[in-house]
Write a new protein. Structure first.
Length: 504
């Protein structure tokens, strides 16, 4: 694949105005699928399941099978629509979106077309410098997910060049809400940053509602980024591309910037943009052509004849509205003030997707500073090495328990890191790891005095220096004691005992 020519980003923005739009798919964490009683388990169980075991006849489109709407999915969809500031339709209905692809057993997807459950809303997104931008929401509609194809053979893992493909229908029928923005103007040089912030905002909203795990790397949240350019001073919109299923916040930002630079160079060279889907390549930071982008007419939408319209009662809508959590922007500002974090400290927590676990750790008894230290430090480093999410390694309750042992003097920071390692390895709670590994700080004066005597015997001139007022000389003895006791001595008590001896 030839490398595309890219225009300098600042130059591209001098010549063209970027116009954005986003389609974000949110997988709902219901117990069963959208239109069948097949299980829709949590991530770990879902990814561990054998292919084609989490299925029902409806998911495969078998003759005689009929869909039944998942009530919890409807409630979750209404809650999400309300959180996005949308109006909730008095009556909405499902439609058949017709297209053939092997991961779609019925040859059509049950979705919503001209009668979505939620419409005309907006969401505030906060950029890193605190700037607030309002993103207009066109609609949020319910649909089912498709299955998953794995292309075997070939060098890219894509259908081009593959020898054959395998299909897994476990994901077919998983409930989705697709959130579609209106056209977004005026982002200018901050277009990539706005893209990232928008997806973060959607993630924060759905996590706050508790309706999805919203993990991009697992596909719970998938973003399709639409980018087009129009020459400065013109009104006509340019041809858009749709970069599909970008699976991290940073990648969303990079993909939008790349498309701006790529399209700008093509237009400046007198070329034209093809309306198409494009694939994002994380390793090279580039996009490549997918397929020509279909318009709505190509899908031959028509009302789903096997499902009645969805007509939620006004009382249900108000019940769900009253249960909405605090909006993410307001919540973040409140937490930053309550925790006493600087902008940079708070951004570290937010960008790491750690707000919820830090909040839970504080609720379990840790101070904001120590909760932030553990989650953004040692835990995140270990998670990166193991290619896991930090919350998969240790619970907030165990982090708070670990910090209590440090606060009580049972552990030093160094020993606490060893205990953390044991907890992550599955050896038990922090208290159990301390007992099993014998890692508690030694504060018994008898043991400490014996170690001090041994250290002083090896450094006979140190005590004289201390008595002469050179108190810093005690550091050499403290270091020797700590080494002899494998880091488990109470350093503060060792210092006290040395100074007491010097005063005699």
């Amino acid at each position: 694949m030839a490398t595309a020519k890219l225009m300098d980003f600042d130059k591209a923005l001098e010549l063209f105005e970027p116009v954005l739009g986003f389609e974000v798919h949110v997988e709902l964490n219901t117990n069963t699928k959208m239109f069948s009683d097949a299980p829709n388990p949590a991530n770990e169980l879902y990814h561990a399941a054998e292919p084609n075991t989490l299925i029902a006849p409806v998911d495969l489109g078998l003759p005689g099978s009929l869909p039944v709407v998942n009530e919890t999915a409807i409630r979750s969809s209404i809650s999400l629509g309300l959180a996005l500031g949308c109006s909730i339709a008095e009556s909405s209905r499902f439609a058949r979106k017709n297209y053939f692809y092997p991961d779609l057993g019925k040859n059509y997807q049950i979705s919503q077309f001209d009668e979505p459950i939620a419409y005309e809303g907006s969401v505030e997104v906060e950029l890193e410098d605190g700037t607030i931008i309002t993103i207009p929401i066109e609609r949020a509609h319910m649909e089912e997910d498709a299955g998953k194809l794995t292309h075997m053979g070939g060098a890219t893992g894509r259908i081009q060049g593959a020898e054959y493909s395998l299909v897994d229908y476990n994901r077919a029928g998983v409930p989705l809400v697709e959130i579609v923005t209106n056209i977004i103007y005026g982002t200018e040089h901050r277009a990539p940053e706005v893209a990232k912030a928008y997806v973060q905002a959607i993630r924060d909203i759905v996590r706050g509602l508790g309706i999805s795990e919203a993990r991009l790397e697992r596909g719970n949240l998938r973003c399709d980024a639409n980018v087009s350019l129009r020459p400065r001073g013109t009104e006509k919109l340019g041809t858009r591309t749709e970069t599909k299923n970008v699976n991290s916040m940073r990648s969303v930002e990079r993909a939008v910037k790349y498309e701006i630079q790529r399209q700008a160079q093509i237009l400046a060279d007198g070329g034209t943009i093809t309306q198409e889907t494009r694939h994002w390549h994380e390793d090279t930071g580039t996009t490549s052509p997918g397929r020509p982008k279909s318009d709505a007419d190509d899908y031959r939408y028509f009302p789903e004849p096997d499902l009645l319209p969805v007509e939620p009662a006004a009382e249900l809508i108000e019940e769900l509205r009253a249960a909405l959590p605090e909006q993410p922007v307001a919540r973040r500002r409140r937490l930053m003030t309550e925790w006493g974090f600087t902008d940079l400290e708070f951004q570290d927590v937010r960008n790491g997707g750690l707000l919820e676990v830090v909040e839970a750790t504080i609720a379990a008894g840790a101070t904001p500073a120590t909760a932030r230290k553990w989650w953004t430090g040692e835990i995140t480093r270990t998670a990166n090495v193991q290619e896991k999410d930090p919350i998969e390694l240790i619970s907030p309750e165990n982090v708070a328990a670990l910090q209590r042992l440090v606060d009580a003097g049972t552990l030093t920071d160094k020993l606490a890191r060893q205990v953390l390692e044991g907890v992550i390895a599955g050896e038990g709670t922090p208290e159990e790891v301390v007992d099993a590994r014998g890692l508690a700080v030694v504060s018994d004066d008898g043991a400490l005095i014996a170690a001090i005597d041994e250290a002083l015997a090896a450094q006979p001139d140190v005590m004289a220096k201390i008595k002469d007022g050179k108190v810093q000389a005690a550091g050499a003895v403290i270091g020797a004691v700590m080494k002899a006791m494998k880091g488990q001595a109470d350093a503060a008590r060792v210092r006290e005992l040395i100074l007491e001896r010097a005063a005699q």
